[in-house]
Design a protein. Structure first.
Length: 238
């Protein structure tokens, strides 16, 4: 049998592995579309090895998600229509980081009130991830929210897809089972539930503080890959 060899072999210890920002030179950048929520851009990138490639991607604001967990370890999920896939998805509270000067943690708390009518007294960083790094600059931080109570005034009236948001409290183990069965496919549901189960099995000791640094997001913002939080633009030519 011919051995399968990956070249070049990475020589550093496995413990040192982590995703790291790099500074590839952008030779040319062109705006292809400016939308109400996100943009599309085309960059010519010098890879540093004699190659220059053109890559098109969605310039995203970034987002936060909230895995709200009650005292019985039940997860709050809401049912929302997602037009790009034409599906009603069961997902945690989530929203765009589209408010200027609002921290991700504050944005998550705002979304928890707006979509579920809840506030939480205990917040931790659950997990960070990029939803589609080959085609979008979207970065997401999932928070774990516990010690929940009703928000003063309840949930405000929503609009559009957020006018009607049926909700359910479902045991964490059942959420994970439905993820593995393919019943729940929203990325914040998949990633959030699996991360929460892993943290719980570690006795919650692996949770990070709510204000833990978010280097991936910082890099995306600092290099101009994120949609400005204070910009709402019409489509090009519109």
């Amino acid at each position: 049998m011919t051995p399968f060899v990956i070249e070049p072999t990475w020589a550093e210890p496995l413990e040192s592995l982590r995703d790291t920002p790099v500074g590839k030179s952008v030779v040319e950048s062109r705006a292809l579309y400016a939308g109400a929520v996100w943009d599309v851009r085309s960059d010519s990138v010098d890879l540093g090895d004699g190659q220059t490639v053109r890559r098109e991607f969605v310039v995203h604001t970034g987002a936060v998600g909230v895995l709200a967990l009650d005292d019985d370890d039940r997860v709050l999920l809401i049912r929302q229509y997602r037009h790009p896939v034409g599906m009603m998805l069961w997902e945690p509270v989530a929203g765009l980081l589209d408010m200027a000067d609002e921290s991700p943690r504050d944005g998550a708390a705002r979304e928890l009130v707006e979509e579920a009518g809840l506030v939480a007294d205990e917040w931790h960083t659950l997990v960070d991830f990029e939803t589609s790094p080959g085609g979008s600059s979207e970065t997401i931080r999932m928070y774990l929210a516990r010690n929940l109570r009703p928000a003063p005034g309840g949930r405000p009236e929503g609009s559009g897809e957020e006018r009607d948001l049926p909700l359910v409290w479902i045991p964490l183990e059942q959420v994970v089972a439905k993820v593995l069965a393919g019943d729940f496919t929203c990325p914040t549901t998949v990633v959030g539930a699996l991360a929460a189960l892993a943290h719980r099995e570690a006795g919650w000791r692996s949770l990070r503080p709510a204000l833990d640094p978010w280097p991936g997001r910082a890099h995306v913002v600092q290099t101009g890959r994120a949609r400005r939080q204070d910009s709402v633009k019409p489509p090009l030519g519109g």
